[in-house]
Design a binder for this molecule. Structure first.
Ligand SMILES: *[C@@H]1O[C@H](CO)[C@@H](O)[C@H](O)[C@H]1NC(C)=O
Ligand SMILES: *[C@@H]1O[C@H](CO)[C@@H](O)[C@H](O)[C@H]1NC(C)=O
Ligand SMILES: *[C@@H]1O[C@H](CO)[C@@H](O)[C@H](O)[C@H]1NC(C)=O
Ligand SMILES: *[C@@H]1O[C@H](CO)[C@@H](O)[C@H](O)[C@H]1NC(C)=O
Ligand SMILES: *[C@@H]1O[C@H](CO)[C@@H](O)[C@H](O)[C@H]1NC(C)=O
Length: 414
């Protein structure tokens, strides 16, 4: 009887605890994202977005499909920071929120050889909850398999070194050792989050303390929280905080549209199928099998050919009553700013299963005083829905179900 009894006791124990453990793992977190640059300078944003685009594409070429090294980002190009705390007692930090990469890393200790200088560092020696992640940890194994980490003799410390973009560029990297900590997001604690404790870096990573990867891979914050999904609503007013929700925050009600996530150029990216683009009364083809990436870290939007040229032609054919101006900063379709935004044709992105009707401010912007341009650029590689195009939508990334949903919203007043 004894074995059977213990099985029974175990089963009851399991039945009682399993749902609890499950719901604990599904705890939701509420954080915020803040645009670093108060007013987006579209000239600079275009430059930074091109840098990011080529790093994304170079990274894919260099690794033939999948290294999760985060991207070099200069924070003055329209990127978003995320506020959170690490450790016991909590140490406040902010870092770039990046849906285009997976690893979480922050500056650790004095970090005298780290870029950027001036932002706060996290000090593991003053936290009672810090521990090193050993070489046998899943996170270290994952990085090792991508040749991004190596193990010291004994295996107690996992050292990583990321090169950004091309390996030939030795001046963009971050390196240090892996640790595990309690992260506090908007007042709620998440223990056991693996992250990179950076003690050396070169290149520009914004003005914050590091980078929070929100990609689809196992190293990202959304994967480690086991949140299943996350959503944000990017405010067009930079003085407003943009909510970032993990777990809950399901979109409901009128106007919710969904489209499946497809396997794109990298397993980290949130890629969807853009079937066609409507500009005014004209509809032109989408981006084909390459899809289009939703990316929080790229500011302007990019379309690969032939989608770009066909959409551009559709736009030009319906704006003949506006006064053309010379292109600026890679924006090829520019006009003398008309008296009212109503003069521009509508733009709708037709995804597989959902239509995204864009507010005019999401695809037209004043690049220099008196000149307003279509803020979509020609891409030699990937197509990207940048963060300006996502403003004033709830955008929900359901990693578990592989679905991306969106719903128009006034993100400035949430
Ligand atoms: C925008 O950035 C460009 C390039 O950095 C600079 O030349 C220009 O003066 C900036 N414009 C404004 C309005 O700050
Ligand atoms: C984020 O942190 C920075 C620096 O501590 C602070 O100035 C800012 O107000 C914070 N933002 C939010 C939304 O809490
Ligand atoms: C933590 O380390 C820093 C330098 O690395 C040092 O200045 C500080 O005194 C240390 N704090 C404690 C509590 O050990
Ligand atoms: C950074 O950490 C690694 C691993 O602990 C160590 O070998 C290296 O000396 C440290 N570098 C600096 C600049 O502190
Ligand atoms: C230009 O023509 C379109 C219709 O073709 C119209 O909707 C728009 O208001 C006109 N814009 C101006 C500035 O006249």
């Amino acid at each position: 009887m004894a074995p059977r009894l213990s099985i029974l006791v175990f089963s009851i124990f399991f039945l009682l605890t399993a749902p609890l453990a499950y719901s604990e793992r599904r705890q939701s977190f509420r954080a915020t994202m803040t645009r670093i640059e108060p007013a987006i300078n579209l000239t600079r944003a275009a430059h930074k977005s091109h840098q990011r685009l080529s790093m994304l594409a170079d990274r894919l070429d260099a690794t033939s499909g999948g290294a999760q090294a985060p991207l070099q980002l200069d924070g003055d190009g329209g990127a978003y920071d995320m506020n959170f705390s690490i450790g016991t007692p909590p140490q406040k930090l902010s870092a770039l929120a990046d849906t285009g990469s997976d690893l979480i890393w922050v500056k650790c200790g004095p970090c005298t050889q780290c870029a950027p200088q001036g932002s706060p560092s996290y000090y593991p020696n003053t936290s009672s909850s810090f521990s090193l992640l050993s070489c046998s940890s899943g996170l270290c194994r994952n990085l090792e398999s991508q040749s991004l980490a190596s193990c010291a003799v004994g295996g107690a410390e996992c050292d990583y070194r990321y090169l950004y973009g091309l390996a030939a560029d030795s001046h963009h990297y971050t390196q240090g050792y892996l640790g595990s900590e309690i992260f506090t997001l908007g007042g709620d604690a998440a223990p056991g989050i693996g992250f990179g404790c950076t003690n050396m870096s070169e290149g520009g990573y914004g003005t914050g303390s590091g980078l929070v990867g929100l990609g689809r891979g196992p190293l990202s914050l959304v994967s480690q929280l086991n949140a299943g999904a996350f959503s944000y609503c990017l405010a067009s007013d930079a003085s407003k905080a943009s909510p970032l929700l993990f777990g809950s925050g399901a979109l409901t009600g009128a106007g919710v549209q969904s489209t499946p996530l497809i396997s794109g150029a990298s397993p980290s990216f949130y890629t969807v199928n853009l079937k066609s683009i409507s500009i005014g009364a004209a509809t032109s083809p989408g981006t084909g099998s390459g899809g289009i990436i939703f990316d929080s870290g790229t500011t302007v939007a990019f379309l690969a050919e032939p989608a770009y040229s066909l959409a551009k032609a559709a736009l030009l054919s319906q704006t003949t009553n506006l006064t053309l101006a010379p292109g600026r900063a890679g924006f090829e379709v520019c006009f003398l700013t008309p008296p009212s935004g109503d003069a521009f044709p509508t733009m709708v992105l037709h995804f597989d299963g959902g239509d995204m009707a864009l507010p005019t401010e999401n695809y037209f912007g004043e690049v220099v005083t008196g000149v307003t341009c279509w803020i979509v650029q020609r891409s030699p590689s990937l197509s990207i829905v940048g963060n300006i195009m996502q403003m004033n939508f709830h955008v929900r990334y359901d990693v578990d179900k592989s679905v991306l949903s969106f719903q128009p919203a006034n993100c400035n007043s949430l």
